[in-house]
Design a protein around this ligand. Structure first.
Ligand code: HEC
Ligand code: HEC
Length: 232
């Protein structure tokens, strides 16, 4: 895939920075004895893995600057993310096409052989502990009346049952929705409703999703996208 090749090149370029700095002549040699580091040698570093295993190319610095309409991962539920990562890797979670006609999940699927399940767990654990990014202002901005209508649709739609008040107190291993990108929320809700994105866990959401028309999906997404996720 051209896109994942690009993503890889980008990451390799990023990785070159710190590596070069470390080998700078004249840099102090590593301490002769480092018992703490040695003891931790077996522990996986989620942050370093996130940066070196290509995730950063698409999901952005600190999981907060994802490109295009790709999801922000900072502050998302760890168990939910691990499950999604495995399902995308195994081809169980699929998506509709991007602008060039490839499934949006394809570029990620192509690089998932780079990370073991244990490494995926370390990365998603690291990401879940980062503060979620601030909501992205919409253009044109939504007014208070539309926010209130969106909240009403979210409540009446029953979304609160699983995703919690304002999309910010989900059931265990369910996704947070508050403050996610508007366009990502719209895409996912539509593709869940239309059966493009499938998962056994989504069966419970289907009766709720099926009641939504495109207009209502946009209304709910507008509302959710402007909610700030409190620090956990
Ligand atoms: C080539 C781009 C690309 C790379 C590289 C990539 N991803 Fe993704 N990822 C995506 C896209 C696109 C989606 C959303 C797919 C969709 O729209 O349905 C996604 C979705 C996810 C999700 C689900 C988020 C949610 O809210 O449902 C997680 C978790 C995730 N990626 C983690 C990772 C991790 C960890 C890595 C590195 C090992 C990684 N991704 C590498 C593009 C990428
Ligand atoms: C009975 C529980 C339940 C209800 C009610 C529910 N959902 Fe969900 N929703 C889920 C589960 C479970 C997932 C994750 C599915 C998976 O594991 O792939 C999900 C995923 C999502 C996602 C994708 C999040 C991401 O990061 O990719 C969106 C968007 C969403 N739901 C919107 C809604 C909206 C809008 C409503 C109300 C109309 C709603 N949901 C009602 C259970 C529910």
């Amino acid at each position: 895939m051209i896109r994942s090749a690009l993503a890889l090149g980008f990451v390799l370029a990023l990785g070159a920075g710190p590596a070069t700095a470390q080998s700078t002549p004249g840099a102090p040699p590593p301490p002769a004895t480092a018992p703490a580091a040695a003891a931790d040698a077996g522990a996986l570093d989620g942050k370093a893995l996130y940066r070196t295993k290509t995730c950063i190319a698409c999901h952005g610095r600190d999981g907060s600057r994802a490109i295009q309409n790709f999801p922000e991962l900072a502050g998302q539920d760890a168990r939910y993310m691990l499950a999604q990562t495995n399902e995308i890797a195994d081809g169980k979670r699929v998506s509709g096409p991007d602008a060039r006609g490839y499934p949006r999940t394809q570029g990620m699927k192509d690089v998932m052989h780079l990370v073991s399940v244990e490494e995926r767990a370390a990365i998603t654990d690291y990401l879940s502990k980062l503060p979620a990014p601030k909501p992205r202002p919409l253009d044109p901005p939504i007014d208070e009346a539309r926010k209130a209508a969106g909240k009403d649709a979210y409540l009446k739609g029953g979304c609160i049952t699983c995703h919690g008040p304002e999309g910010n107190k989900p059931l265990a291993a369910h996704p947070y929705l508050g403050g996610m990108k508007r366009d990502y929320l719209v895409l996912q809700t539509k593709e869940i409703r239309d059966g493009v994105r499938k998962s056994p866990k989504l069966a419970a959401m289907m009766p709720f999703a099926r009641k939504l028309d495109d207009e209502k999906i946009l209304l709910i997404a507008d509302y959710l996208s402007q909610i700030e996720r409190p620090a956990r």
